[in-house]
Design a protein. Sequence first.
Lengths: 252, 252
Amino acid sequence: MIKKITIIGSGNIAHHLGVKLFNSGINIHQVLARNKKSGLKLASKINSIFINDIKKIEVSELILICVNDDNIYKIANQLPDIPVVHTSGNTSIEVFKNKKNSGVIYPVQTIRKNQRVNFKKIPICVEANNDLFQSKIINLCKLLSDKILVTSSEKRKKIHLSAVIASNFSNFCYTMSYNILKDNKINFDILHNLIIQTAKNCKLREPKLNQTGPAIRKDKTTIREHLASINDIHYKKIYKLLSENILKEHEK
Amino acid sequence: MIKKITIIGSGNIAHHLGVKLFNSGINIHQVLARNKKSGLKLASKINSIFINDIKKIEVSELILICVNDDNIYKIANQLPDIPVVHTSGNTSIEVFKNKKNSGVIYPVQTIRKNQRVNFKKIPICVEANNDLFQSKIINLCKLLSDKILVTSSEKRKKIHLSAVIASNFSNFCYTMSYNILKDNKINFDILHNLIIQTAKNCKLREPKLNQTGPAIRKDKTTIREHLASINDIHYKKIYKLLSENILKEHEK
């Protein structure tokens, strides 16, 4: 069982995983971060030592890399040969190709720093370069979540792409709605129930079968009026493109 | 208090409002529908008389029009002068300009026929052409929901537009994700928790502040790789446009 970990990063994922692992009895030996303020804050919260030089990394049973995708490769090449995992949805395990024990633990969730996260329900995609190390990181992940899936890098990338579309893009739809309502002095909370219900509906059946609205009804008058009433030219373009594609999807 | 109603239409809204009003003790005197099968089905469910000729409409205290936006105007012009409301988000009250008592009750929700609807939490936008009639339809709506808002046609149209973007478009994002996962033999339920959490987050703070993902991180490598991995040219176009706009929104 892995008991002693070093975390690299001090952003959203580093913070939430660090706190959760610490609360599960794991010794977070060191926190390596470029950002001194957030690195120190995280380290003090989880009874760990803050370092800002990769050469100061001491021996532990696992290095947990929680940094932006672009920096994983650079960091990986400077690490001592300690077992290592990253937490990215889109980065292949190949980034660790010279390591003896390496892997990935990718939590499928939108994670912000100042928000409570119930890890138990969050699916975690796990991958490792050998079976023994895989079973070790699965055991570690069981401290975090009840839903662990062994997933190849190729499949994980598809899951990450789908997660971006289902979560980041739908959140941008909420943002557009918020802005339109704000411009008209209407409180956004009028949409809360609708947004939650729309999300819940995809637990009931495949999302295509939940589609409602003017596009699927081929209600051209409403679509034309909506387009005419949108002031932002970018929002107008998005409205047009998504409406056309809802129609296309349902003509398949 | 309005006690005797005629419903026009037998689609999703007609069905749910009809059943809910009937269960609240309202006499649904007649159901007028073009579609004999669904009209008869609804009428029998709510102890009502099915008719398929507008000339057969008998006296009641309210006609509740639950048909597609394009047909409201046509129907309105053929009706006897009985108090009348429609249930459309995007149609102005002006469609009833020659009526003595007219109005709108627009439930802000995505409603499908074969799904339970908890009306109590659904905001209903109410509008009427005079105060007395307005208070009558507010009292009627109180049988349906705890959240009633008096809203002008102009504001209601903006609410409807925002609802389409927040609900129909986010559901289309779920559909795209479903299709990408299906093509890769991955079960969509891996995204359930993420989708629900993303929706719930907009109760906590304005959606812009909840934005995560490669676009807001300016993670161009991931965006490029995602684009390269999307086979559907339309999905590719949508991914590109939404990512560009997430960036734009956060540079404001």
